[in-house]
Design a protein around this ligand. Structure first.
Ligand SMILES: *[C@@H]1O[C@H](CO)[C@@H](O)[C@H](O)[C@H]1NC(C)=O
Ligand SMILES: *[C@@H]1O[C@H](CO)[C@@H](O)[C@H](O)[C@H]1NC(C)=O
Ligand SMILES: *[C@@H]1O[C@H](CO)[C@@H](O)[C@H](O)[C@H]1NC(C)=O
Ligand SMILES: *[C@@H]1O[C@H](CO)[C@@H](O)[C@H](O)[C@H]1NC(C)=O
Length: 242
């Protein structure tokens, strides 16, 4: 029996995710463990983990489970969603780039709780597990806001409004706030302004130059400061009248 263990500490901004890969094989052929990433697109019940089929290896199947770190004996199934599964009873919409990936859904999670996620690729004659630990707070990432509209209120002032991401289910309990980014060209250079804390999905901004074109984008984050803002909406341009 050949056992190898790899421990990585991966620091992304303020977020630290510990990854362990543990392979158990009965031959000397390495059986790659899947590389798993988890994202919570709506607190508390919309966490998805995803991984690509390992290169040059075709597992027979996967076993995905999770448990609280304090109660590792109580594992729960992470519900598997095969690649390309077009309809899903889970009501999750996957972006086209994610159609090639395996996913699994963690039906229920608690705040302020350490979890251990175990995704095991089962091969003929062996298996290989990827273990990761995280708290839901570390992986909260709301989808981008939708339907952004920009209009000119009066010379120099624009009104920006948008809809919260429709995948964020419980805004009453877990409100969102927003960041705005706008960019413009000045003497051939791209200039930008990043504004960080809008509680509402509508705001007016001053100081815009007449005749100039601005490109605006908005991003959502959890209002309690959990997680981070990373999914920007499609850009919208406005040209101010002269
Ligand atoms: C999360 O899922 C659990 C189990 O299905 C359910 O009891 C709970 O009400 C859900 N929480 C929210 C906020 O929807
Ligand atoms: C999925 O969405 C439909 C319609 O919005 C709803 O009726 C159904 O209960 C949802 N299913 C789950 C598992 O949340
Ligand atoms: C991960 O899951 C596999 C398959 O269920 C199991 O054999 C293995 O012991 C688990 N690893 C840990 C550390 O719990
Ligand atoms: C939108 O505005 C940006 C910044 O001024 C510019 O670089 C970009 O080409 C514009 N896009 C369109 C479609 O006009």
């Amino acid at each position: 029996m050949f056992v190898h263990v790899v421990t990585l500490l991966c620091v992304l901004g303020a977020q630290a995710v510990e990854l362990h890969r543990v392979g158990h094989t009965t031959s000397t052929v390495a059986r790659p463990a899947p590389v798993v990433q988890c994202v919570c697109s709506s607190i508390p019940n919309q966490t998805l983990c995803s991984w690509a089929e390992p290169p040059q290896a075709t597992p027979l199947h996967y076993i995905a489970t999770y448990s609280e770190r304090q109660r590792q004996a109580e594992t729960r199934p992470c519900v598997l969603i095969p690649p390309g599964d077009p309809h899903s009873q889970l009501n999750v919409t996957l972006p086209p780039s994610a159609r090639e990936l395996w996913h699994c859904h963690l039906p229920e999670m608690k705040l302020l709780t350490d979890y251990i996620m175990n995704v095991t690729a089962v091969y003929p004659g062996g298996s290989s597990s990827h273990l990761s630990t995280f708290m839901m707070e570390d992986i909260v990432k709301p989808d981008a806001p939708e339907s952004m509209q920009v209009s000119c209120l009066n010379p120099g002032t624009v009104l920006v409004q948008w809809e919260p991401p429709s995948t964020w289910a419980h805004r009453d309990i877990f409100p969102l706030k927003y960041e705005l980014l706008y960019q413009w060209r000045s003497r051939g250079q791209i200039r930008s302004n990043h504004l960080k804390s809008f509680p509402d999905s509508r705001t007016s901004l001053k100081g815009f130059a007449r005749g100039r074109t601005y490109q605006l984008q908005v991003c959502a984050k959890d209002a309690l400061g959990l997680g981070h803002c990373s999914d920007w909406s499609a850009p919208v341009n406005i040209t101010l009248p002269l």
